[in-house]
Design a protein around this ligand. Structure first.
Ligand code: GUN
Length: 283
């Protein structure tokens, strides 16, 4: 078994982005901005956003953090986004999800300029991804694909089983795997005989938010397991995979923490750089 070391690769990618950004900043623009908007006090969101802001500092992206109380209105949020859409110093706009109940996620994602949509959640970017055109790809799925490639894991013709059908992970990772010619099965809470399906998988991506959902009896020998889960159990992080039991059956597996999480953050930096370059006609 070999670990898919997201911590190592994310640091390597952040270093590459840092030097590319330094080059651009010296030649073109001193300020490449990412606006990060958080509404409410979801504890997990606070941790994610802190990590995103510190990655910006590391690579030299100017982060602008906007935090608002739970009562912040949809109208106020939309007018802030419209302002940022027009701001030439803001290359990327990220609205941390989930949003409080009174704010429609759909209305917000539709307001973010697709060119600044570094999460790749706007309908336009989702559409491009689904037809296999170049797009800003959601950070977690993009990070998983980069990690699989770093370890030369064969995707073409492999049976990839994705557990979870969210817009943030399950659906986009399925599209990316299809584009790389995997045979993809998408499973979810209503799937019957999940174990029968996972036992036929070469690659299993688990993104359910259910701690230790994937157990050793569900995994065939030599499979590749990617754990997207970040569950906090008694103050300790626990993935969606029963790591200790599953690891010895795998050829490759991601740890939690230190697997997919750091790759997500690195891809946000990568998407911000990409958005900036496209906005400024740099290829
Ligand atoms: N909430 C959970 N994951 C994400 C993410 O990747 N981006 C945003 N904006 N919100 C999230």
């Amino acid at each position: 078994m070999e670990l898919l070391d997201g911590k190592y690769w994310s640091n390597a990618i952040l270093d590459e982005i840092k030097s590319e950004l330094a080059d651009i900043k010296g030649k073109i623009s001193p300020d490449i901005g990412l606006a990060v908007i958080v509404v409410g006090d979801d504890p997990a969101s606070k941790v994610y956003v802190k990590n995103k802001i510190s990655a910006c500092e590391k690579v030299g992206i100017t982060s602008k953090l906007y935090t608002f109380p739970t009562e912040y209105t949809q109208t106020e949020l939309i007018s802030l986004i419209q302002k940022l859409n027009k701001d030439s110093n803001t290359a990327g706009i990220l609205v941390q999800l989930p949003l409080p109940k009174q704010i429609s996620e759909k209305a917000i994602l539709e307001t973010i300029s697709p060119q600044k949509d570094v999460d790749g959640f706007s309908p336009y970017q989702v559409g491009l991804l689904s037809i296999g055109e170049k797009s800003l790809v959601p950070c977690t799925p993009k990070g998983i694909m980069v990690l699989l490639k770093k370890y030369n894991i064969p995707i073409c013709g492999a049976h990839a089983v994705v557990i979870g059908r969210s817009n943030i992970v399950g659906k986009p990772i399925s599209n990316l795997l299809i584009q790389e010619n995997a045979t993809v099965t998408i499973c979810h809470t209503k799937t019957r005989n999940l174990t029968d399906i996972t036992l036929t998988a070469d690659i299993i991506i688990v993104a359910t938010g259910k701690p230790k959902l994937l157990t050793a009896d569900m995994v065939k020998d030599g499979s590749i397991v990617v754990d997207v889960g970040i569950n906090r159990i008694n103050g300790k992080l626990q993935g969606d995979v029963d790591f200790e039991a599953v690891k010895d059956k795998c050829s490759y597996i991601t740890p939690v923490p230190g697997g997919v999480g750091p790759m997500t953050i690195a891809m946000l930096m990568s998407n911000t750089l990409e958005a900036y370059k496209r906005q400024n006609g740099i290829s």
